[in-house]
Write a protein that binds this ligand. Structure first.
Ligand SMILES: Nc1nc2[nH]c(I)nc2c(=O)[nH]1
Length: 270
């Protein structure tokens, strides 16, 4: 099974997946890995021309996506500048209970495929009322509240400047109005109680979600330069006095689509 395959040696599994991707896409080296979270689905088309699309479950070690409606694909995209982006549209979330190796298999695969840059995007809850749903926020740092690590054994990895100050600077050149924030990853799949949101606020979080931190750690361990950007799709529980309508959340995310996809494409083109 996929889990057994990963349980042999996750790095050998990543090598096998990267070899499969090179074979099937005809691209033997990719430069930039792009992980698309909720709300970021259209970004790939603006990043460049898709030259190959694989379904996730055909690639060794990948699972079909658990989130209904999310088509699990892995795409090779050629940018105008001739960069090769590997677009991972098949995230395995920690809350699926498939283990941390499954959560970061795509990250390790991208590194094995040659990527030197990892771009992580996500949809999240906002703790700052100034950030209306649909606001993109650069990730400055993270707080890993999963009590887990994607790394095993004596792999002591430094996480200083984990979210590349260089790429954050490029992002601000593209859009100087971009704010930055600290992203806290909760295990999920339930959302936070208002009390947990206040706890997250007190410990310094500005954004809360259920992804990204574990992937960023694996990206640093694999030697990639990591960049993260969140799309605030809702105000976290208890932050706004009146409960948000799910419809508003969906609409704001969709309305933000074109702008944030353009932003991401311009950052990757740098
Ligand atoms: N933990 C957590 N994850 C999220 N994902 C999205 I979209 N919104 C939220 C949120 O409010 N909390």
């Amino acid at each position: 099974s996929t889990t057994d395959f990963l349980n042999t040696d996750p790095f050998a599994a990543a090598r096998a997946a990267a070899d499969y991707i090179a074979e099937e896409t005809g691209v033997d080296r990719h430069d930039t890995a792009l992980v698309l979270g909720s709300g970021w689905g259209e970004a790939a088309d603006l990043v460049g021309e898709t030259t190959a699309t694989l379904s996730a479950e055909e690639v060794p070690g990948f699972h079909a996506p658990a989130v209904e409606g999310h088509v699990g694909t892995i795409r090779s995209v050629l940018t105008k500048e001739g960069k090769r982006a590997l677009v991972l549209g098949a995230r395995t979330h920690y809350y699926e209970g498939k283990g941390v190796r499954a959560v970061v298999h795509g990250i390790r695969t991208a590194a094995a495929a040659g990527c030197s840059t990892l771009v992580l995007t996500n949809g999240c809850g906002g703790l700052n009322e100034a950030w209306a749903p649909g606001t993109p926020v650069l990730i400055r740092d993270h707080i890993n509240l999963t009590a887990a690590s994607p790394l095993e054994g004596a792999t002591f990895v430094d996480l200083t400047d984990l979210y590349s100050p260089r790429i954050r600077g490029l992002a601000r050149e593209v859009d100087p109005t971009l704010d930055e924030g600290v992203y806290a990853q909760f295990p999920g799949p339930h959302y936070e109680t208002p009390a947990e949101v206040q706890y997250a606020k007190r410990i310094g979080a500005d954004l809360i979600g259920m992804s990204t931190a574990l992937e960023a750690i694996a990206g640093r361990h694999a030697g990639m330069e990591v960049f993260g950007i969140s799309l605030v799709t809702n105000l976290a529980a208890g932050i706004s006095p009146q409960p948000l309508s799910h419809q508003e959340v969906i609409e704001s995310g969709q309305a933000a689509g074109p702008r944030i996809s353009r932003l991401l494409a311009d950052i990757i083109a740098k």
